[in-house]
Ligand binder design. Sequence first.
Ligand SMILES: Cc1cc2nc3c(=O)[nH]c(=O)nc-3n(C[C@H](O)[C@H](O)[C@H](O)COP(=O)(O)O)c2cc1C
Length: 336
Amino acid sequence: MRTAITEMFGIEHPIIQGGMHYVGFAEMAAAVSNAGGLGIITGLTQKTASDLANEIARCRDMTDKPIGVNLTFLPTVSSPDYPGYVKAIIEGGIKTVETAGRNPQQVLPALQEAGVSVIHKCTSIRHALKAQDIGCDAVSIDGFECGGHPGEDDIPNMILLPRAADELEIPFVASGGQADGRSLVASLAMGAEGINMGTRFIATKEAPVHDNVKQALLESTELDTRLVMRPLRNTERVLKNAAVDRVLEKERTLGDAIQFEDIISDVAGVYPKIMVDGDMDAGAWSCGMVAGLIHDIPTCQELIDRIMAEAEAIIDERLSHIVRCSTSEKTLRQIH
Ligand SMILES: Cc1cc2nc3c(=O)[nH]c(=O)nc-3n(C[C@H](O)[C@H](O)[C@H](O)COP(=O)(O)O)c2cc1C
């Protein structure tokens, strides 16, 4: 399948693995890229720019396919060394960067002068248009159902994607709620040039996370995510657990007076305890509603091959059959 996104990023299939804190290590990115998608290393999971340079080099030892790096601009306690990360990305020969969070303008000139394409992840059409205006090469449209930060507008992809198709000139991919061939075909039908998946890639053999995390995804349904930090306008979709119950209780009792410090122990610095140690109640961790569509732990190759085969079968068989039947019924009606 060739789309504007496979051409732009030099990949075989229009499937991207979005940046994921404490998941997007070299092993994850290499497995996705080796399977023909675009694997992405999460920049800020690497504590320093030189750690990121080492992680890129490690990933290069595992794949000769294109890989990307995610740079997230979120409110953090201390400001990361973005110029250092950009230097590591360019010197590491990376050709695709996924930016997310605040406006990525500060990193665009350096990246694009070095021949790096930038795909910015947005949760609203106005942010997508802004990304287009400042010169991003593509955008990833992250619907309300997504794991992580869905923004504050609460618009699901069924609306966001056709809106993006109507408004944007640059290519976009659908992000949030994507799991299988049905997701891919639906997204293509709504104007996207591919899909970006987060949560689904965590439940794969190669995802470098504790087995408890994968099991938690298998046991969860679409009803098991919650939104935290909405009163702080930093909404995050997470999997329900004891820490999330504590955060929601504080949000209820403190109301508008809540400060980040009131919940910090349950939302900051918790990823190593969850992803590495497998302590599933240690804090709030991002997870999409798509958990309801995850029922197995395939390899990335099996997952991507299955998505592509299913998508092609839906287009060639189910959709073509519906169109063929409707056309012949119409012809019969005209004859009689
Ligand atoms: C555990 C986890 C961690 C994530 N961390 C980040 C991150 O650090 N930066 C970022 O831009 N997006 C992050 N995301 C969002 C994903 O890149 C992607 O946009 C999202 O998962 C898509 O929705 P889905 O989970 O329904 O596929 C994270 C998602 C998950 C599930």
